[in-house]
Design a protein around this ligand. Structure first.
Ligand code: MLT
Length: 405
């Protein structure tokens, strides 16, 4: 698919002393055509509303014929290539009067965030620019008492992502967008994101989420997977280990802990559940935001605060209340740790206020052969705050895994 064609007129001030459209003006004209196409289609704010900017990295241009003042050029723009963080557009400008090809250009852009770091091309940009989706599919899977939204990308050995509270699978978007040699599977737990139903009473909720993951693996014919869980996602993985250890190839425990809630923590869960019932799910996120992100993330990446609110806004009150009850009553998982016999990576923000580095170090120390890696300038949402650093650590871990039997 391509962006809309736009017609652009050449003006005298864009031409050289011999009256031909000059080089610099030609590039500007093509740029104007790109913005006009966006404005006429997905909107000129397509990039900013997705928290990225397309930074030009490479341009190749072929001038085929000259254009003169008054000529109207029809500019066609199409996407010809897509990488994880980059995409390439081709533009062709043809004079409408006689169909002469004037210029053809190929431009490669890298999506950067506000502080200039390359960042995966957002889904909306992929869709709007008609880029190949890289085998992306969102399946709805019926489970007893609910329906799960499961995002699947690519093919290869399975790599499963489980979100924390009160988030959804989009918190793993930078990881799901990368790791091209893996089949990435990210599920919205019941009651969160685009999944329906909720986890049920506190006693069964985490177990039900864990069983849902096993059903997802069944539905995709996956026998064993590498499972990554952040915070509550980690609690779900402890439950998964209790119930389905034979399906775990390796574990990535992100910004999480093994111990159960303290008495004070349990009381806070009940208070938060009351907030959810009284004021809704976004209010729950508002209470958590001040402790979720590293200082640098909250100031330099304000869109992360918006993303947290949006994720909480997609959760249902029942889902939130069920998850709070489940976390409040969850078992202490420390007794499991010594028996975890698969390669395990513990990774988390060096500034995580909810599961601080010493807690994560203790978690890694309890699991035979496990390693803790602290991600600088990240808080509790390290995979969203510092995606490149997290992906590097995850990639090293995955590369070192023994072959699956
Ligand atoms: C999460 O991110 O999942 C929560 O912070 C977990 C918790 O509150 O224990």
């Amino acid at each position: 698919m391509s962006l809309r064609d736009v017609d652009i007129r050449v003006y005298p001030y864009e031409c050289d002393a011999f009256g031909h459209l000059n080089q610099a003006a030609c590039l500007q004209l093509l740029e104007r055509a790109r913005w006009e196409s966006l404005a006429a289609g997905p909107g000129a704010d397509l990039f900013t509303r997705n928290g990225v900017w397309p930074a030009a990295r490479h341009t190749s241009i072929a001038y085929e014929a000259s254009a003169l003042p008054g000529d109207v050029l029809r500019v066609e723009t199409e996407t010809v290539k897509r990488g994880t963080t980059s995409f390439t557009l081709r533009q062709r400008a043809t004079r409408t009067r006689d169909q002469t090809l004037i210029v053809e250009v190929e431009l490669t852009f890298v999506c950067v965030d506000r502080i200039g770091r390359p960042t995966p091309v957002p889904d909306e940009v992929v869709r709007s620019l008609g880029m190949p989706t890289g085998g992306r599919e969102v399946r709805r899977l019926r489970v007893d008492g609910g329906e799960l939204a499961v995002e699947i990308r690519g093919s290869g050995p399975a790599l499963v992502f489980v979100h924390g509270f009160p988030f959804d699978r989009s918190m793993w978007r930078h990881q799901v967008a990368g790791f091209g040699r893996w089949q990435r599977i990210a599920t919205d737990l019941r009651g969160f994101g685009h999944s329906a139903g909720h986890g049920g009473g506190p006693a069964e909720s985490l177990a039900r989420h864990a069983d849902d993951l096993a059903l997802v693996l069944d539905a995709l014919n996956v026998r064993r997977a590498v499972l990554c869980g952040l915070s509550m996602g980690g609690y779900v993985l402890f439950e998964f280990w209790r119930r389905h250890a034979d399906r775990v190839r390796a574990l990535v425990l992100a910004d999480t802990k093994a111990e159960a809630d303290s008495t004070e923590g349990r009381r806070a869960r009940d208070e938060l559940a009351a907030v959810a019932r009284r004021e809704g799910t976004v209010a729950v996120a508002e209470r958590m935001v001040p402790r979720l992100l590293a200082v640098a993330s909250a100031t330099a990446q304000p869109e992360l605060v918006t993303a947290v609110r949006e994720m909480a806004g997609r959760a249902s009150v029942d889902g939130i209340v069920a998850a709070l009850g489940a976390m409040r009553d969850r078992a202490d998982s420390r007794e499991l740790l010594a028996g975890i016999g698969v390669p395990t990576l513990v990774v988390g923000g060096a500034e995580d206020a909810l599961t601080p580095p010493d807690v994560m170090q203790a978690l890694a120390d309890g699991i035979p052969g496990a390693r803790f890696v602290a991600i600088p300038a990240a808080g509790h949402l390290a995979p969203l705050e510092q995606p490149l650093a997290v992906n590097r650590v995850l990639s090293d871990f995955l590369d070192a895994l023994p072959a699956d039997d």
